[in-house]
Design a protein. Structure first.
Length: 146
């Protein structure tokens, strides 16, 4: 329905341009930047309208192509995430059948990490040079001296 209204609006606009052009048939000077000539105003109006239509059509087709490409990418991403959800739902169902309660996990893409404090503390941290840092960097408790 929207496309029909746009087509009707475009047709009305084209008729208005044609009527306006028919009333303006005098020769006018046209400066090209590198030269000048005289053309009938009707041709200047119609060529300008056609070039405007052509430019807007090219821009609309480019935008349409970009949006279709983005939709395809988002559909692929959605399919991957739906697959991940289905896998996780199957895992949950298996855990429920076995009567086991799994630890909470944070899932980011394909990599999974446990959300338990003990597992995070047991792993040594790496410093900026890539070597393991196993020392305790917590501040020493303050002792008030009297």
């Amino acid at each position: 329905m929207k496309m029909q209204w746009l087509l009707l609006l475009g047709l009305i606009f084209a008729i208005l341009i044609a009527v306006f052009a028919v009333f303006n048939v005098d020769n006018v000077p046209v400066n090209y930047g590198f030269g000048e000539s005289e053309w009938p105003l009707i041709l200047v109006i119609l060529v300008s309208a056609f070039l405007g239509f052509l430019l807007s059509s090219i821009l609309a087709m480019t935008r349409n192509y970009q949006l279709k490409h983005k939709v395809k990418m988002l559909q692929k991403e959605m399919a991957i995430k739906e697959s991940l959800i289905a896998t996780q739902q199957n895992e949950i169902a298996e855990y429920q059948k076995a009567g086991v309660t799994p630890d909470a996990m944070i899932v980011t893409g394909e990599k999974r990490t446990h959300d338990a404090d003990e597992s995070l503390r047991s792993q040594p941290r790496r410093n900026e040079f890539g070597t393991n840092d196993t020392s305790d960097h917590r501040p020493a408790p303050r002792r008030d001296e009297h």
